[in-house]
Ligand binder design. Structure first.
Ligand code: BDR
Ligand code: CA
Length: 309
């Protein structure tokens, strides 16, 4: 399957890219970057570094939006560190970003392929995707699906009491994406907060006998420093990799077709994902919203794929 990863690396974003590269079922056509965990220049540099680490400097990296559509930018350096990659010092990238804006790359790639052929894997704020949909409305019928890390339902927010980070940063973009009619599969905090990066799981990853395992373990160890303390769990959540893991093994997850809308008006609940889990509203379903996950199955797959490098 052909995918584009739209991302704001971020340690867990980098692991997502690595999992895609380790998987012959997936053809990663390109990586598009967006401002999120850290500013755009840094997310772009981190995407380039990740591809260098994997020995894949042939994959294009297109820089995209450097700020949300309407609201001021918000970063998550309290979780990911100043560089977004704290925990491991990787060498500077061996190349600059590929010329051309991320939005143009997304439009061109989707339009040049048969309808439905391209999966967009979105693991950062949705600014690039909303801009692409606005600029080329035919994308609504052409994008095969959007597989998204974002939203929250049961425990609600990780950046405000009401909102998950990716949606909160650009709620207007997220609302445009949910209103687009493109099939969407959502991996919310409900799923990601079940996947604790426990000491035992990180040791399994660190022990992978190649250059990738120890780097990923060090990244996740840094990410968990803030989150494990905050949530009082043995390990932090594992967010973005669920998107690629699901593409490889959908049977590891269970969810429901529901309507999801995003709050864009209230200062108190800005970016809240309003999920009609019980079907009490009148708006039709627009997404598959995951809630259950086979935790050990996910970690087994992560270890198995990273061992392939
Ligand atoms: C999301 O925010 C970022 O910090 C992570 O990379 C993930 O995409 C979790 O809310
Ligand atoms: Ca991310």
């Amino acid at each position: 399957m052909k995918i584009i990863i739209d991302t704001d690396p971020g340690q867990d974003d980098a692991l997502t890219i690595l999992l895609a590269l380790a998987s012959p079922e997936i053809e990663l056509l390109g990586v598009t970057t967006v401002a999120g965990n850290v500013p755009l220049a840094q997310t772009t540099e981190n995407a380039l570094k990740t591809l260098d680490l994997a020995g894949r400097p042939d994959i294009p990296v297109h820089a995209g939006a450097d700020r949300p559509l309407l609201r001021p930018g918000v970063t998550a350096t309290h979780v990911h560190g100043r560089t977004g990659f704290e925990g491991v010092d990787l060498p500077p990238p061996g190349r600059p970003a590929t010329p051309g804006h991320a939005v143009d790359f997304i439009i061109r790639t989707v339009m040049d392929n048969p309808p439905g052929a391209i999966t967009l894997c979105t693991i950062g704020p949705l600014t690039n995707i909303a801009l692409a949909l606005a600029r080329e409305p035919r994308l609504r019928e052409r994008i095969g699906r959007i597989v998204m890390m974002g939203c929250a339902f049961s425990e609600v927010g990780n950046i405000t009491p009401a909102a998950e980070f990716n949606v909160y940063v650009d709620p207007h973009a997220a609302e445009m994406v949910f209103a687009s009619g493109v099939p969407i599969v959502v991996f919310p905090l409900d799923v990601t907060h079940q996947l604790h990066t426990s000491a035992a799981r990180l040791e399994r990853i660190a022990a992978i006998p190649n250059r990738i395992g120890p780097v990923v373990a060090a990244w996740l160890r840094f990410e968990k420093r803030f989150e494990a303390t905050k949530y009082g769990t043995d390990g932090g959540p594992l967010h973005d990799p669920n998107t690629v893991v699901w593409l490889l093994k959908p049977e590891l997850y269970r969810g429901r077709q529901v309507n999801v809308q995003i709050e864009t008006g209230s200062p108190l609940t800005m970016g809240m994902s309003v999920v009609d889990w019980w079907g009490v509203g009148t708006a039709p379903p627009n997404a598959v919203f995951m809630r259950e996950v086979d935790v050990e199955g996910v970690y087994d797959l992560v270890v198995e794929r990273l061992s392939r490098f």
